[in-house]
Design a protein around this ligand. Sequence first.
Ligand code: HEM
Length: 265
Amino acid sequence: MANFLIGYSPGTSLIQPGPTTGSAGSFAFNGCYNAFRILYQDVATFNKLLQDQTSVITPIIGGTPDDAQEWLAAKLMGRWRNGSPLILSPNTPDPATEKGELFSYTESADTSRYKDVLSTNKCPYSAHTRVANPRDEHLTPIEGATPPRIVRRGMPYGPTVTGTADDGIDRGLIGLFLCGSFSRQFEKIYGWMNTNNFASDLAGLKLFPQDAVLGNRNPNKLSNQTTSFTIPVENEEPIIINQLPLMIQTRAPPTVFCPVSPQSA
Ligand code: HEM
């Protein structure tokens, strides 16, 4: 609770939601911050990316072109479309894990170096869910021991689209991202999405990858990032997709203070 609601002792947490004193503290008590976002999703471009890679992926994983597209979609996101996390169900969207929440990115078998490497065969470092919540991954010392968390609520807007042709219609996600500190939670995660420099295993790279789905590929915003996406594959050379396209764009970014009643907290 101390990571989200203003007015409580943060203990050893770095988040420290505030203000906590004076009239501002009284006003803010039991509130939190809300990043409201309207995020355009270029679904046709996402679908085209999946389609374009089938000839590369099918010879490696076997199966049909549709299987290859679903496999790549899951690698980009970190979960299959039914919700199954890649870490729990690396090869198929198993209904038994579709609500899976309890999993980690470290594995016990590899004692030779940071253990995160083994799990990338299942879920790439830059998959969206892994970047947005690296869980128990070994973070670089500057990031502290545990990754920031946020509370998310969202809904889609606009009509659905299938296929690879852009119909020019606006669509995407209306999202609320609640936190106790914009800079240490929401913006920190956004920063990681644009530059995947949070994990010890990635430290030292010359060019950092980006969140496979959310990364901002605007050439004017790229300096130490690469738009290549690496998918490690067990006993094979990794698949590298160069020049990931821009798939998400922020349409509306106002941020507001959000009072919350103690009952709903
Ligand atoms: C259109 C934009 C976005 C799409 C399509 C998207 C999609 C998804 C999906 C499908 C999941 C997995 C299901 C779930 O846990 O709910 C997920 C998880 C998550 N997303 Fe996003 N997301 C978007 C934007 C964002 C943004 C802007 C943030 C934060 C700044 C964010 C943070 C997270 C977090 C923290 C998780 C949970 C990861 C975990 O605990 O394993 N997402 N997202």
